[in-house]
Design a protein around this ligand. Sequence first.
Ligand code: CP3
Length: 344
Amino acid sequence: MTTKPLLQVLHGQVVPRVPIWLMRQAGRYLPEYRAVRENAGSFLDLCFTPELAAEVTLQPLRRFGLDAAIIFSDILVVPAALGQHVAFEEGHGPVLEPVRTPTDLSRLSRVRFGETLRPVSEAIALVREKLPPARALFGFAGAPWTVASYMVEGGGGSDFSTVKAWAYREPDSFAGLIDLLVEVTAEYLLQQIDAGADVLQIFDSWAGVLPDSALERWALRPTVEIVRRVGAKRPDVPIVVFPRGIGANYLRYASECDCTGLSLDTSVAPAWAARELQPLKVVQGNLDPLLLVVGGDAMRDAAKRILDSLGDQRFIFNLGHGILPQTPADHVAALCDLVHDWRR
Ligand code: CP3
């Protein structure tokens, strides 16, 4: 049996202290991250240099009482490994050469996929060597819908009109892109397990922009299929799914997806999740990242409300979305203490 509290929770045990980690816990709010980032060259160079990626993965664990690390990388390394041009521009976020037609799709190639992503496995192996034994290590990938939306729109900050129009007008050809992403993402996650990841998270950050009628085909089913493929080979590695912004459709993920955990976005009422989701899944979430920026009583009251609703059953404390760059580090330390000191 594992001695890592976060894995114990995912394996169904109720543990004395609620475990906590934070989405985007490595990043710009930490001066030691900015220092490494400045000298690394491009953002993708940082992701693909194992020593540097391992170093920034471990940085937040040196400062805070977090129960897990998440390997430092990005969901957009997958399109990069398929040969799509991906760049991260200062102040603009990711910029991709868009894939919008069956011809564009046919130019993507799996030939160098495994090789391009090998540095991620090497970084995972390096983190494993230095990871304190009570802490877990997350591998991760984006879900096909979210990754496809960046691939088709050509970056973030869009209204999703191009990717939706493709999915609605020519579902069969759009399915070619989604199916490709299902295959390579399952392969990539298995690669991360083999390298030493002991739990996985699948980020579907933009599931919530799909109408109910399209959610099943483009978000739910592809994620279910990835979870099935990974689970068929490595049934003991827990998988947490984060379909952000889908409201009551969390119920469908709880009943139809074979994942171990569901990560809740900020909008989900903890008491509803305790009643409807927690009997079926481990629940993770869901403090508003802005409350972590604000800190003080506002943060403490909101965190306690979440703990009082969800802390009695299998629960992992997290944010409802990623840490914001303006977050003061001492608020993160205070949150970790508060969560660990809470008693059911
Ligand atoms: O600590 C960790 O959580 C691990 C690292 C991690 C990053 N991105 C590093 C990163 C993880 C898990 C991600 C996931 C990711 N990337 C998601 C899903 C989660 C979410 O936030 O919804 C998405 C949608 C992306 C795509 C992406 N990467 C965007 C839109 C941006 C630009 C916006 C921004 O925050 O800057 C990135 C860049 C990025 N990925 C940064 C980091 C630390 C900032 C870039 C920098 O440091 O220069």
